[in-house]
Ligand binder design. Sequence first.
Ligand code: AHR
Length: 519
Amino acid sequence: MQTARVVVDKDFRIGEIDPRLYGSFVEHLGRCVYGGIFEPGHPAADEMGFRQDVLDLVRELGVPFVRYPGGNFVSGYDWRDGVGPVEDRPRRLDLAWMSTETNAVGTNEFAAWAARAGAEVNLAVNLGTAGIDEARALVEYCNHPGGSYWSDLRRAHGVAEPHAIKTWCLGNEMDAVWQLGHKTADEYGRLACQTAIAMTWVDPAIELVACGSSHARMPTFPQWEASVLDHVYEYVDYLSLHTYARNLDDDLGTFLAQSLAMDAQIEAVAATCDFVKAKKRLKKTMMLAFDEWNVWYHTRDADKALLREAPWRVAPPLCEEPYTLEDALVVGCMVISLLKHADRVKIACLAQLVNAIAPISTRRGGGAWRQTTFFPFLHASRYGRGAALDVQVSSPCYANAEFDAVPLLEATATYDEEREALTIFAVNRGQEDALRLEGDIRAFPGYKVVEHLVLRHENPKAVNTLARPTEVAPHGGDAGCRDGALTATLPRLSWNVIRLGGAPAHATERTHGRAEHPH
Ligand code: AHR
């Protein structure tokens, strides 16, 4: 068995973890809204039609922040279609997903759902087919107390108190040819700047996210970022990043290394922001919103065929990825990448939340279950709190054509000082063998292992289904710690969470991880 080492010290901090790093995304796409969070008539639906079984899973996942309503969808969306009496709302063609939008769920319903989920709403405005006027009207509708046309309309729609939505996205993926109304960087930069000014004149308390590139393989990346920031740097708080890891050639070694590309993407965007900051001689450091990230590749061809054969359906089953253990490991590595950049990435949204490229799946009229990817996200959102630590990792590597040398061990750690909780997140990318982990945690005297969670499966292609919902589920591992020396076996192809605690209330006196854990 090969060995990898980590040195963890509470004084080596990357930055405080913003809870919004564990955000997610609900788009009017496929069955994310209709048949996902909202299914009137379902036995688990509440009086508004929201599925309680889905809400329970969302609350379990600990999502504090949810982007809405798109995505590609927002670039053709008229938010006014989705407010007021439901029976008066128009059915529209959604050109982004070749679907029919009933508008049964709109801004007020989504805000009500998010309140039930315990999440803050992050709204995107349409800068594809719409512009400044629609955006400033939406801010007024949502955030102005009353006494103006749009705020009084909200009140007339039965919502007396403003939604007080703080974070707003200035459009979506405006660099992309697949985006309705896509623009050049200068066109978008000017529009985003003017829209940002109008929106903040309505409500100076809001924060704004400008669109970065749709992904780092776009031919205009990262010049798009530099040009857009030339226009908007002073007027926005965040620049967005998006990425979807894929395994089109069934090349697991390359797929597992996708988080290295994510690291590089974050570092390139941060460097571009800092270039514009220096050029403009500004003090403000631009923060990053990785507001779409996930694994997405299983269903793309099937989705195209489905839309070709039966376009314009209401809530067609699009992007319903059956996530494998392999996919969960990549999601785990991507979460680690976000934590390693917690000083710059303040917002991140796992795209998406239910059914469409999602950690939660539902059957119409039936049950809901956790996909494999649910678990690394859950563990990070539950235990990855406090400060992100700068962990020194020494690991054997494997050779890879795209990434040269890929470390077998991907790892990071978080430290919640108040709770005296140290958590190490680690993925063994090794396809053949277990990896022995040795950790130097002498900076945490007296800390003991509270729990070692391991997500693995004999078959890396294993998935969870409604019939077998716990086929891939976490179990206990063998981590132990004595006198500041941590040891653990990381099984081949596994996601590991090693939780250590200092105070007796948090740490049991045993030296080894627990045998079984439900999640
Ligand atoms: O999340 C699915 C889609 O991916 C979003 O609508 C779009 O922004 C991205 O291309």
